[in-house]
Design a protein around this ligand. Structure first.
Ligand code: KG4
Ligand code: ZN
Length: 354
């Protein structure tokens, strides 16, 4: 008999619920974003996010169950993000899941949000272990060797900002709308990447660690120089700055991916996270995979960005591997996937980085 699991996600600024089966069918996936709520503040405000999750999550669950045509008696378990993330939001999800489990008698699974992202290629493309995963979003940036449903080895990651965060900050300082990724990408398409020289942080150092905050500082410096010389930015200045910035990110991600694949040759290179929506980044990573003889897998965007289907799926993977439910779930702001790896520095606008 196949499993059917309800997933709940609320670790950042998306309230989400989904129903997924053991065969990898996503019966429903509901995501309610909060961009409008945080826009005026230039970043996610944890208290506002937590309140919005508390208000919206039960509605997301109701809609997901309705869309999937399932009732609680059809479910085998409830999986909920237990971290890492903004603690108020994680708590809102964990409390709802606990209440639902107590009311229905269903077993409860506390899922690591990053494991949800990292296991998505198995849900969408049936990829076998082991594979290499690059997780690139507004809050995360790391290379993981995925060896099993709960076995991850971290090969490297950002030591400061995540790339999405850098895109968002660059958009903000050039007066472009949020989220910054799509607006910077659109500007970059019109710009000349060769006009400004931007750094390629950490490329001169061996290994797969990355850094993106210096790039943002370099953009600020160039912008300020242009403003001081000419009194403002022209449209082509803005487009050229975006193009130069994006090209630097592309080159860093591509070179570090090349190194990760060389260090850990695996048949599949997968990518997840909102930044994977970026055309030139996707193209460059696909090229790196091809050159290394690996298959490139990029799940559809709706399952690449934050969602609850990946949380339900991570719960299913645990059950299918013979793992049991949790008797107690503790919400954890930090929760590295690979506890043997050295902790990374910094806490981004989206909360503590794992
Ligand atoms: O995975 P996601 O939806 O949420 C988390 O951060 O967990 O990723 C959102 C991030 C934002 O920083 C956004 O600017 C970035 O992904 N992003 C992009 C693009 N689309 C979204 N970055 C670069 N190019 C894009 N086209
Ligand atoms: Zn995420």
């Amino acid at each position: 008999m196949t499993l059917t699991v309800l997933g709940i996600e609320s670790s950042c600024d998306d309230s989400a619920a989904a129903v997924v089966t053991g065969e990898g069918r996503v019966l429903a996936s509901v995501v309610e974003g909060q961009t409008g709520l945080h826009e005026a503040f230039g970043g996610v405000v944890p208290e506002i996010a937590a309140r919005a999750h508390a208000e919206r999550l039960d509605h997301c669950v109701e809609r997901a169950m309705e869309l999937a045509g399932t009732s609680f008696s059809d479910l085998d378990a409830i999986a909920v993000t237990a971290g890492p993330g903004l603690i108020g939001g994680v708590l809102a999800g964990v409390m709802l899941a606990r209440g639902l489990a107590a009311g229905t008698g269903l077993p409860l699974l506390g899922v690591n949000h990053l494991a949800g992202h990292a296991l998505t290629p198995r849900l969408t493309d049936g990829v076998d272990f082991p594979y290499l995963m690059l997780l690139v979003s507004g809050g995360h940036c790391q290379f993981l060797r995925v060896e099993g449903p709960e076995a991850f080895r971290r090969l490297g990651g950002t030591i400061d900002d995540a790339p999405g965060e850098a895109f968002d900050k660059v958009a903000k300082l050039l007066g472009l709308p949020q989220p910054g990724g799509p607006s910077v990408e659109a500007e970059a398409a019109r710009g000349d990447p060769g006009r400004f020289t931007l750094p390629r942080p950490l490329l001169d150092r061996p290994g797969c660690d990355m850094s993106f905050s210096g790039l943002k500082t370099a953009v600020i410096r160039l912008r300020d120089e242009l403003v001081a010389q000419l009194g403002g930015l022209t449209e082509s200045d803005r487009a050229d700055l975006c193009a130069g910035f994006q090209e630097a990110v592309v080159e860093v991600l591509a070179e570090k991916s090349r190194r990760a694949l060389a260090a850990e040759p695996v048949p599949v290179f997968a990518v997840a996270g909102g930044v994977a929506a970026n055309g030139p980044i996707r193209e460059a990573l696909a090229g790196v995979a091809e050159a290394a003889g690996a298959r490139f897998v990029a799940p559809p965007l709706a399952l690449c960005t934050d969602n609850a289907a990946m949380i339900a799926w991570a719960g299913i993977e645990r059950l299918q591997a013979g793992g049991g439910p949790d008797t107690e779930i503790v919400a954890r702001p930090r929760w590295p996937l690979d506890i043997a790896a050295a902790p990374m520095l910094g806490a981004g606008k989206r909360g503590a980085k794992a």
